[in-house]
Write a protein that binds this ligand. Structure first.
Ligand SMILES: [Ca+2]
Ligand SMILES: [Ca+2]
Length: 285
Protein backbone atom coordinates (compact mmCIF):
# COMPACT_ATOMS: atom_id res chain seq x y z
CA UNK A 1 0.00 0.00 0.00
CA UNK A 2 2.81 2.36 0.83
CA UNK A 3 4.32 1.94 -2.66
CA UNK A 4 0.95 2.76 -4.17
CA UNK A 5 0.69 6.02 -2.21
CA UNK A 6 4.24 6.98 -3.16
CA UNK A 7 3.42 6.32 -6.79
CA UNK A 8 0.20 8.35 -6.57
CA UNK A 9 2.04 11.19 -4.87
CA UNK A 10 4.74 11.21 -7.55
CA UNK A 11 2.13 11.15 -10.29
CA UNK A 12 0.26 14.07 -8.72
CA UNK A 13 3.49 16.03 -8.35
CA UNK A 14 4.46 15.36 -11.97
CA UNK A 15 1.04 16.32 -13.26
CA UNK A 16 1.02 19.50 -11.20
CA UNK A 17 4.50 20.38 -12.48
CA UNK A 18 3.52 19.79 -16.10
CA UNK A 19 0.40 21.95 -15.58
CA UNK A 20 2.23 24.77 -13.87
CA UNK A 21 1.42 28.27 -14.98
CA UNK A 22 3.78 31.22 -15.01
CA UNK A 23 3.80 34.19 -12.67
CA UNK A 24 6.17 36.09 -14.98
CA UNK A 25 4.38 38.54 -17.32
CA UNK A 26 7.52 39.40 -19.35
CA UNK A 27 7.84 40.90 -21.87
CA UNK A 28 4.52 42.44 -20.85
CA UNK A 29 4.12 44.83 -17.96
CA UNK A 30 3.35 43.64 -14.46
CA UNK A 31 -0.15 44.04 -13.10
CA UNK A 32 0.27 43.79 -9.37
CA UNK A 33 -2.04 45.30 -6.78
CA UNK A 34 -1.00 47.57 -3.93
CA UNK A 35 -3.21 45.86 -1.42
CA UNK A 36 -0.63 44.58 1.04
CA UNK A 37 -2.09 46.49 3.96
CA UNK A 38 -5.51 44.89 3.66
CA UNK A 39 -6.59 41.63 2.07
CA UNK A 40 -9.60 42.07 -0.20
CA UNK A 41 -10.33 39.05 -2.28
CA UNK A 42 -11.46 39.61 -5.85
CA UNK A 43 -11.10 36.90 -8.42
CA UNK A 44 -11.72 35.87 -12.02
CA UNK A 45 -13.34 32.43 -11.94
CA UNK A 46 -13.72 31.72 -15.66
CA UNK A 47 -12.60 33.25 -18.96
CA UNK A 48 -14.00 32.22 -22.32
CA UNK A 49 -13.11 33.57 -25.78
CA UNK A 50 -14.21 31.48 -28.74
CA UNK A 51 -12.81 27.98 -28.18
CA UNK A 52 -10.63 29.12 -25.28
CA UNK A 53 -12.17 28.39 -21.89
CA UNK A 54 -10.37 28.36 -18.55
CA UNK A 55 -11.89 27.92 -15.12
CA UNK A 56 -9.61 29.03 -12.30
CA UNK A 57 -11.82 28.57 -9.27
CA UNK A 58 -13.26 30.96 -6.73
CA UNK A 59 -10.03 31.95 -5.05
CA UNK A 60 -7.61 34.73 -5.79
CA UNK A 61 -4.13 33.95 -7.09
CA UNK A 62 -1.51 34.51 -4.40
CA UNK A 63 1.41 36.91 -4.62
CA UNK A 64 0.69 39.70 -7.09
CA UNK A 65 -2.68 38.10 -7.87
CA UNK A 66 -1.31 37.47 -11.35
CA UNK A 67 -1.24 34.25 -13.40
CA UNK A 68 -0.11 33.70 -16.99
CA UNK A 69 -1.89 30.56 -18.21
CA UNK A 70 0.84 29.69 -20.71
CA UNK A 71 0.23 25.97 -20.16
CA UNK A 72 -3.04 25.78 -22.10
CA UNK A 73 -3.42 24.66 -25.70
CA UNK A 74 -3.29 27.85 -27.76
CA UNK A 75 -6.55 28.46 -29.62
CA UNK A 76 -6.85 30.02 -33.08
CA UNK A 77 -8.64 33.29 -33.87
CA UNK A 78 -9.06 34.49 -37.44
CA UNK A 79 -8.46 38.04 -38.63
CA UNK A 80 -11.77 39.83 -39.23
CA UNK A 81 -13.84 37.30 -37.27
CA UNK A 82 -16.05 37.84 -34.21
CA UNK A 83 -15.76 35.85 -30.97
CA UNK A 84 -17.86 35.84 -27.80
CA UNK A 85 -15.88 36.90 -24.74
CA UNK A 86 -17.11 36.07 -21.24
CA UNK A 87 -15.50 36.84 -17.87
CA UNK A 88 -16.96 35.35 -14.67
CA UNK A 89 -15.86 36.98 -11.42
CA UNK A 90 -16.68 37.28 -7.73
CA UNK A 91 -19.43 39.76 -8.54
CA UNK A 92 -18.82 42.04 -5.62
CA UNK A 93 -20.25 45.54 -5.81
CA UNK A 94 -16.80 46.86 -4.93
CA UNK A 95 -15.36 45.71 -8.27
CA UNK A 96 -14.92 48.91 -10.27
CA UNK A 97 -13.54 47.57 -13.53
CA UNK A 98 -13.64 44.43 -15.61
CA UNK A 99 -11.11 44.95 -18.40
CA UNK A 100 -9.69 42.75 -21.16
CA UNK A 101 -6.83 43.65 -23.50
CA UNK A 102 -5.32 41.93 -26.56
CA UNK A 103 -1.95 42.97 -28.01
CA UNK A 104 -3.18 42.92 -31.60
CA UNK A 105 -0.02 44.44 -33.11
CA UNK A 106 2.32 42.22 -31.04
CA UNK A 107 4.53 45.10 -29.89
CA UNK A 108 4.61 43.91 -26.28
CA UNK A 109 2.01 46.28 -24.81
CA UNK A 110 -1.75 46.74 -24.47
CA UNK A 111 -1.71 50.46 -25.23
CA UNK A 112 -2.55 50.66 -28.93
CA UNK A 113 -5.86 51.75 -30.38
CA UNK A 114 -8.61 49.14 -29.96
CA UNK A 115 -6.44 46.83 -27.80
CA UNK A 116 -8.85 47.19 -24.86
CA UNK A 117 -11.55 44.81 -26.08
CA UNK A 118 -13.77 44.85 -22.98
CA UNK A 119 -14.34 47.32 -20.20
CA UNK A 120 -17.11 47.49 -17.66
CA UNK A 121 -17.00 50.21 -15.05
CA UNK A 122 -19.22 50.51 -12.04
CA UNK A 123 -21.01 53.79 -11.64
CA UNK A 124 -23.66 52.36 -9.39
CA UNK A 125 -23.30 49.34 -7.15
CA UNK A 126 -24.03 46.01 -8.76
CA UNK A 127 -24.18 47.23 -12.35
CA UNK A 128 -21.32 45.08 -13.64
CA UNK A 129 -22.89 41.90 -15.05
CA UNK A 130 -21.63 38.47 -14.04
CA UNK A 131 -20.46 37.08 -16.31
CA UNK A 132 -19.34 40.22 -18.12
CA UNK A 133 -19.70 39.62 -21.85
CA UNK A 134 -18.95 41.27 -25.16
CA UNK A 135 -18.13 40.36 -28.75
CA UNK A 136 -14.50 40.74 -29.80
CA UNK A 137 -13.67 41.42 -33.44
CA UNK A 138 -10.14 40.44 -34.37
CA UNK A 139 -8.96 43.34 -36.56
CA UNK A 140 -8.36 42.43 -40.20
CA UNK A 141 -4.90 43.97 -39.86
CA UNK A 142 -4.00 42.24 -36.57
CA UNK A 143 -0.52 40.72 -36.57
CA UNK A 144 -0.64 36.96 -37.10
CA UNK A 145 0.88 34.48 -34.67
CA UNK A 146 0.78 34.06 -30.91
CA UNK A 147 0.00 37.16 -28.88
CA UNK A 148 -1.15 37.98 -25.35
CA UNK A 149 -4.62 38.58 -23.88
CA UNK A 150 -4.91 40.11 -20.41
CA UNK A 151 -8.05 39.81 -18.25
CA UNK A 152 -8.47 41.92 -15.11
CA UNK A 153 -10.91 42.58 -12.29
CA UNK A 154 -10.05 45.72 -10.35
CA UNK A 155 -11.13 47.52 -7.21
CA UNK A 156 -9.84 51.08 -6.83
CA UNK A 157 -9.73 52.15 -3.18
CA UNK A 158 -9.73 55.85 -4.11
CA UNK A 159 -12.86 55.39 -6.18
CA UNK A 160 -11.31 57.45 -8.98
CA UNK A 161 -13.34 55.41 -11.42
CA UNK A 162 -15.89 58.22 -11.30
CA UNK A 163 -14.87 61.53 -12.76
CA UNK A 164 -11.10 61.42 -13.06
CA UNK A 165 -10.25 57.89 -14.02
CA UNK A 166 -12.75 56.53 -16.49
CA UNK A 167 -10.51 53.85 -17.97
CA UNK A 168 -8.86 50.85 -16.41
CA UNK A 169 -5.11 50.51 -16.85
CA UNK A 170 -3.40 47.23 -17.80
CA UNK A 171 -0.18 47.78 -15.83
CA UNK A 172 1.12 48.85 -12.49
CA UNK A 173 4.27 48.31 -10.50
CA UNK A 174 3.56 46.07 -7.55
CA UNK A 175 3.91 47.87 -4.24
CA UNK A 176 3.02 51.27 -5.62
CA UNK A 177 0.36 53.14 -3.72
CA UNK A 178 -2.25 55.61 -4.74
CA UNK A 179 -2.86 54.02 -8.11
CA UNK A 180 -6.11 52.63 -9.37
CA UNK A 181 -5.10 48.95 -9.12
CA UNK A 182 -5.66 48.34 -5.43
CA UNK A 183 -7.30 44.94 -5.31
CA UNK A 184 -8.13 42.42 -7.98
CA UNK A 185 -6.81 39.61 -10.10
CA UNK A 186 -5.05 39.46 -13.47
CA UNK A 187 -4.97 36.49 -15.84
CA UNK A 188 -2.91 36.40 -19.06
CA UNK A 189 -3.47 34.02 -21.96
CA UNK A 190 -1.78 33.21 -25.25
CA UNK A 191 -3.99 33.38 -28.30
CA UNK A 192 -2.99 32.62 -31.90
CA UNK A 193 -4.21 34.97 -34.61
CA UNK A 194 -4.45 33.38 -38.03
CA UNK A 195 -4.64 35.03 -41.42
CA UNK A 196 -7.89 35.29 -43.27
CA UNK A 197 -7.24 33.43 -46.48
CA UNK A 198 -9.28 33.53 -49.63
CA UNK A 199 -11.58 30.75 -50.66
CA UNK A 200 -9.60 28.02 -52.38
CA UNK A 201 -9.83 26.62 -55.90
CA UNK A 202 -10.20 29.86 -57.76
CA UNK A 203 -9.93 29.73 -61.51
CA UNK A 204 -9.80 33.50 -62.02
CA UNK A 205 -6.67 35.10 -60.65
CA UNK A 206 -7.22 37.78 -58.02
CA UNK A 207 -4.85 40.01 -59.97
CA UNK A 208 -7.59 40.32 -62.57
CA UNK A 209 -10.12 41.72 -60.09
CA UNK A 210 -9.74 45.10 -58.41
CA UNK A 211 -11.89 46.56 -55.64
CA UNK A 212 -11.77 50.25 -54.81
CA UNK A 213 -11.76 51.88 -52.43
CA UNK A 214 -10.69 49.14 -50.01
CA UNK A 215 -11.48 49.48 -47.14
CA UNK A 216 -14.77 51.13 -47.99
CA UNK A 217 -17.82 52.34 -46.12
CA UNK A 218 -20.46 53.29 -48.70
CA UNK A 219 -19.72 52.50 -52.35
CA UNK A 220 -17.27 50.14 -53.97
CA UNK A 221 -16.38 49.60 -57.60
CA UNK A 222 -15.29 46.18 -58.75
CA UNK A 223 -13.33 46.17 -62.01
CA UNK A 224 -12.41 43.13 -64.07
CA UNK A 225 -9.22 43.24 -66.07
CA UNK A 226 -8.94 40.99 -69.10
CA UNK A 227 -12.23 39.32 -68.26
CA UNK A 228 -15.09 38.76 -70.64
CA UNK A 229 -18.66 37.60 -70.45
CA UNK A 230 -19.16 38.45 -66.84
CA UNK A 231 -22.24 36.58 -65.67
CA UNK A 232 -22.50 36.85 -61.87
CA UNK A 233 -21.24 39.18 -59.13
CA UNK A 234 -21.88 38.30 -55.49
CA UNK A 235 -20.84 39.62 -52.10
CA UNK A 236 -20.05 36.86 -49.60
CA UNK A 237 -19.45 37.09 -45.87
CA UNK A 238 -16.45 35.37 -44.31
CA UNK A 239 -18.47 32.18 -43.95
CA UNK A 240 -19.05 32.13 -47.70
CA UNK A 241 -22.73 33.08 -47.41
CA UNK A 242 -24.24 35.46 -49.95
CA UNK A 243 -25.05 38.95 -48.69
CA UNK A 244 -27.59 41.11 -50.50
CA UNK A 245 -26.05 44.36 -51.73
CA UNK A 246 -27.72 46.78 -54.18
CA UNK A 247 -25.96 47.09 -57.53
CA UNK A 248 -25.94 50.73 -58.61
CA UNK A 249 -24.23 50.50 -61.97
CA UNK A 250 -23.05 47.64 -64.07
CA UNK A 251 -21.15 47.13 -67.30
CA UNK A 252 -19.35 44.17 -68.79
CA UNK A 253 -16.11 45.24 -67.11
CA UNK A 254 -17.21 46.76 -63.82
CA UNK A 255 -19.89 46.84 -61.13
CA UNK A 256 -20.62 49.57 -58.57
CA UNK A 257 -22.34 48.50 -55.36
CA UNK A 258 -23.84 50.24 -52.35
CA UNK A 259 -22.42 48.53 -49.26
CA UNK A 260 -23.59 51.11 -46.73
CA UNK A 261 -26.18 48.78 -45.17
CA UNK A 262 -23.94 45.80 -44.40
CA UNK A 263 -22.15 45.34 -41.08
CA UNK A 264 -18.48 46.18 -40.66
CA UNK A 265 -16.09 43.32 -41.35
CA UNK A 266 -14.37 41.27 -44.00
CA UNK A 267 -16.25 40.22 -47.15
CA UNK A 268 -15.46 38.63 -50.47
CA UNK A 269 -16.42 39.82 -53.94
CA UNK A 270 -17.13 36.78 -56.07
CA UNK A 271 -17.30 36.99 -59.84
CA UNK A 272 -18.13 34.29 -62.30
CA UNK A 273 -17.79 34.15 -66.06
CA UNK A 274 -17.10 31.59 -68.73
CA UNK A 275 -13.58 31.15 -67.37
CA UNK A 276 -14.73 30.16 -63.89
CA UNK A 277 -14.94 31.90 -60.54
CA UNK A 278 -12.71 34.37 -58.70
CA UNK A 279 -12.92 35.98 -55.27
CA UNK A 280 -11.16 38.89 -53.59
CA UNK A 281 -11.66 40.18 -50.10
CA UNK A 282 -12.51 43.69 -48.98
CA UNK A 283 -12.95 45.38 -45.67
CA UNK A 284 -16.24 47.15 -44.90
CA UNK A 285 -15.64 49.94 -42.38
CA1 LIG B 1 -8.68 33.24 -11.30
CA1 LIG C 1 0.13 46.56 -28.58
Amino acid sequence: MRKKYIFLGAALLLSSLSMAQSTDPAPYCAAGYDDDFMAVEHYISEVSLGTLTNSSGTTQASGNHYIFYNNLATQNFTQGSNYNLSVSHDGGSSIHFIAVYIDFNKDGDFDDANERVMQYTINDPNTIPNPATTVVTIPANAATGVTRMRVMVIEDDEYTWGASNTNATPCTADGSTGGSLDWGETEDYNINITALTGIENQSISVENISVSPNPASNMIEVAFNNQNNLSTVNVLNINGQKVNVPIINRSEKSVSMDISSIASGIYFIEIQNNQGVGRVKFNKL
